[in-house]
Design a binder for this molecule. Structure first.
Ligand code: PLP
Length: 382
């Protein structure tokens, strides 16, 4: 037990000190790629709000759009004009989003996709691969989830063609949806993705790509765009799409999205105008400035540097994981991993020891080179 009013220290579990750096534990301000803690110390950051920021913290154009939406009243009695405008702009950039519904969190948006799949198929069972948020439908092992709900969900192994095919076929008559994250530490094989597309079609199940982390990062259109995939039936996007403002969306095939009118998917503040305006501004900057090219270029510099870090400290660092846009170091032990993250933080670098570190438009070559030096220095001392 402790004295915090917020149990577990914070409402965002992945930001608890134990999962990050120990200290600094709390912050007061962020700008670009930099963060300041409660004592005024400055850090270079790669947590990027757990991937929710791709342009850097407080991007001026996004802030201006948000400020205008605040001045326009934030919310109101009717849906705002910007809702349809954003849906239109998204589908212009991501054509397989024929229709879109907005929600506030990734977990909500994936739950909505699963609901739509259950309506479309009149089936209940779901296979998932990766993290899809905290809600009951996918939290098999979590305390408090009813056994009956748990029984409708099973984990599909990433990149395992034979096992995936077998699991989908075994459940075919009862399977509503297969929900997958397209990148889990490593890239997906084309064979695995093709198997998912073919087998879900054969089973009459809905294929949902959870692009919460990968949209607005690998490409605006996520893994589907990056790897030039056949579009899934539904896609879920969130995180970086509003550069830190709370917004997520489910979208995809018009016939499946139309089922939103048959079931009930709705949230009071889903039509709050600040996040919608922020997302529209974010999308405009991404398009104009080829932001994903920058993320790939800078991320590649970081990833190459991490391999050098591993070579130089091979007794401590056991591997480099992830891809250019989202990566981390594997350490030989849990204790070393903690020590490394803490020592880097003491030097002014917030670099995660687990999935993932994210670069942003605010990270340039100089930032990355300084980061790699700080990583070398902090490991040298262990
Ligand atoms: C792939 C994926 N899906 C869903 C979620 C849940 O999103 P949120 O935390 O916004 O509910 C996350 C969050 O990390 C995620 O990475």
């Amino acid at each position: 037990m402790n004295d915090w009013r917020v149990p577990g220290f914070t409402s965002t579990g992945s930001k608890r000190p134990d999962a990050l750096f120990g200290t600094p534990a709390r912050m007061t301000r962020a700008s670009g790629a930099r963060v300041w803690d409660e004592d005024g110390r400055e850090y270079v950051d790669y947590v990027m709000a757990l991937g929710a920021v791709g342009l850097g913290y407080g991007h001026p154009e996004v802030n201006r759009a948000a400020e205008a939406a605040i001045a326009a009243g934030v919310v109101g009695p009717l849906p705002p004009v910007v809702e349809e405008e954003l849906a239109e702009a998204l589908s212009a950039q991501i054509p397989w989003l024929e229709q879109v519904r907005f929600l506030k969190t990734g977990a909500e948006a994936v739950a909505a996709a699963v609901r739509l799949a259950r309506v479309a198929t009149a089936r209940d069972e779901v296979l998932g691969c990766g993290y899809h948020g905290w809600l009951d439908w996918c939290q098999g092992a979590t305390e408090g989830v009813p056994a009956a709900v748990r029984g409708l969900f099973a984990e599909l192994p990433f990149n395992d063609v034979a096992a995936g095919r077998e699991m989908i076929r075994a459940r075919a008559p009862r399977l509503a949806a297969v929900v997958v994250e397209p990148v889990i530490v490593s890239e997906p094989t084309r064979e695995w993705l093709q198997m998912l597309r073919a087998e879900t079609q054969r089973a009459g199940a809905v294929l949902i790509l959870d692009e919460i982390k990968t949209a607005f990062r690998l490409a605006i259109g996520g893994a589907v765009a990056r790897y030039d995939l056949d579009p899934p039936d539904l896609v879920v996007i969130g995180k970086a799409m509003a550069n830190g403002f709370p917004l997520a969306a489910v979208g995809g095939r018009r016939d499946i999205m139309a089922d939103a009118n048959r079931t009930w998917i709705s949230s009071t503040l889903a039509t709050e105008g600040v996040s919608l305006a922020a997302a529209r501004a974010t999308l405009a900057v991404y398009t104009r400035d080829n932001v994903c090219d920058h993320l790939h270029r800078i991320g590649t510099r970081l990833l190459h540097g991490l391999h050098e870090v591993q070579r130089a400290h091979s007794g401590l660092v056991s591997g480099v994981a992830g891809i250019a846009e989202m990566c981390f170091l594997h350490y030989a032990t849990e204790a070393l991993s903690r020590a490394a993250a803490q020592r880097a933080a003491q030097r002014g670098l917030l670099f995660k020891r687990t999935a993932y570190n994210f670069v942003s438009l605010a990270h340039d070559e100089g930032t990355v080179d300084r980061t790699l030096e700080m990583l070398h220095e902090s490991l040298r001392g262990i």
